[in-house]
Design a binder for this molecule. Structure first.
Ligand code: DHB
Length: 488
């Protein structure tokens, strides 16, 4: 349409700010020294410059969240390092679609992974493993840690100001800030590698898929985002909780037969209705995979088992001692171990995983109590339905989604930018990880994302961690190496 064409042509220029507050000051840092133990157990003394950027937008709504920190290594184990051309790890800290702030941080984010509240939870113990950001710093990379608004933020008038699409708009604005400061900010702004876990993994994959999409322009303009691109080079996503409007269907297709941890069975009428609707959605994606042709609700289980789950178990078992492997296999007789490879059926795998984490529907809860209902809140309405299925279950067959919901779903879904549109400014390098016992969402969500990216010809490194749960990162050192490899 004309409106779309107009917004496209204005994307690079009039949408954007060149406000002097957005100019990064290379001399404004604190020099810090820290010890970082790498994944081989070797401790490194790292001297780094720590910069606090009060806001990455000219007109912040809430700078507590719309701020970022930059860490630049200058000396590692006594040797001077020049990070001026190094890759930039852009590590968001979002968990649960909640607000995430780095405003009070006095140094690079510490280790410990997911605290009890997710990645944004309480600080981990001092002796815990190095964080992804610390590992990147010790490898000589620049690290940017952006904050972002999140769903629970509400102002004094009762208006929600961190619900969709606030978090992705903020992360894009932060990327624009970094790119706007090319030559001032240390690091190679053409080698930005995003990382995030769970909701943060969803946002990371969305950031990667939606680079320079004009559909965010009005939001970015309102914030006074910097006059620069928001396309990133590479994307890391761990257990991405994404494709939200299809996640209830996917969840029942995947976990429909699994019991809740209470031992109770979910409503099978609801579960089966959602599960059977998943087939139509999957068909609409037209995914193909080597050895399977087009993926359908009938071959998707086999695809997951052969392509992701058996290789996951194989890798896990191959790394065990003979004695430990024998013990594991004796306790898990559903696995056939032959010729150094694991084999099993989808049905046995589901039994092995055991309890599903969520009731049905998993994301658009009938009583609007799920985090995602709040993510799609607006104005003074804390939570809304975002699928016709749940809405009509509650309000009757003629109910209609609020008119802003479809566009907001697109703003939040990487698949929109990869399937409905094919965004040529997306990341072309992808690192996708998921635990095989993670029932926070369907195992198909990351799998479909990876399959689509592969179908588009992108460089996709996908691995499922055997028996790992939500938030797992079992190969952090490999990710650091991968950054160097793809950036090279
Ligand atoms: C997260 C986990 C969920 O189960 C969910 O629905 C949304 C977000 C998280 O850990 O970020």
């Amino acid at each position: 349409s004309g409106a779309r064409a107009a917004s496209r042509t204005s994307a690079a220029s009039s949408a954007a700010s060149t406000d002097s507050s957005l100019v990064f000051d290379p001399s404004s840092y604190t020099e810090l020294t820290t010890s970082i133990t790498d994944t081989t157990g070797t401790a490194h003394e790292v001297v780094y410059h720590f910069y606090k950027v009060a806001s990455y937008v000219a007109n912040p709504v809430d700078a507590t969240y719309q701020s970022l920190n930059v860490s630049v290594p200058v000396k590692i184990d006594g040797s001077v390092v020049d990070a001026s051309g190094a890759p930039i790890l852009f590590a968001n800290q979002v968990g649960g679609y909640m607000p995430s702030s780095v405003a009070n941080a006095t140094g690079i984010g510490a280790g410990g992974g997911m605290g009890p509240g997710g990645p944004g939870g309480p600080a981990p113990a001092a002796d815990s493993a190095a964080s992804r950001q610390q590992l990147a710093l010790a490898a000589g990379y620049v690290v940017v840690e952006p904050g972002a608004r999140g769903r629970s933020l509400v102002d004094s008038s009762g208006t929600y100001y961190g619900t969709a699409p606030a978090a992705i708009v903020d992360l894009k604005a932060a990327v624009r800030y970094v790119k706007f400061n090319k030559g001032r900010i240390p690091g190679n702004v053409d080698r930005i590698v995003s990382a995030g876990v769970s909701a943060g993994g969803a946002l990371s994959s969305l950031l990667g898929a939606s680079g320079d999409s004009p559909v965010y322009d009005s939001y970015l303009r309102e914030l006074g985002a910097a006059d620069a691109s928001d396309a990133i080079f590479a994307t890391g996503a761990w257990c991405p909780i994404t494709d939200l409007e299809h996640a209830d269907m996917a969840y029942e297709w995947n976990w429909g037969a699994n019991l809740l941890s209470s031992g109770s069975v979910v409503d099978q009428t609801i579960s089966k209705a959602l599960s059977s609707a998943y087939g139509d959605y999957l068909a609409s994606l037209r995914l193909t995979a080597k050895g399977f042709g087009t993926l359908t609700a009938r071959n998707l289980d086999e695809y997951l088992v052969r392509t992701h789950l058996e290789p996951s178990a194989t890798k896990y078992l191959a790394a065990l001692s003979d004695a430990d492997r024998a013990t594991y296999l004796a306790a898990n007789s559903f696995i056939t171990w032959s010729g150094g490879r694991a084999a099993f059926s989808w049905a046995d795998f589901l039994t092995h995983v055991g309890a599903r984490k969520k009731d049905t529907p998993a994301f658009d809860a009938f009583d609007r109590s799920a985090p995602e209902n709040n993510e799609f809140g607006t104005g003074t309405t804390a939570d809304r339905h975002f699928t016709l299925y749940s809405l009509r279950h509650e309000e009757g067959a003629s109910a209609r989604l609020d008119s802003d919901i479809p566009a907001k779903l697109h703003l939040m879904n990487p698949m929109y930018h990869l399937v409905d549109r094919v965004n040529e400014n997306r990341s072309k390098h992808w690192w996708i990880r998921l635990g095989t016992k993670d029932s926070d969402t369907a195992l198909t969500v990351a799998g479909n994302l990876a399959a689509r990216l592969k179908n588009l010809g992108d460089d996709v490194d996908t691995s499922y961690y055997w028996d790992a749960g939500h938030g797992a990162d079992n190969d952090p050192g490999d990710f650091v190496t991968w950054i160097a490899t793809v950036s090279g």
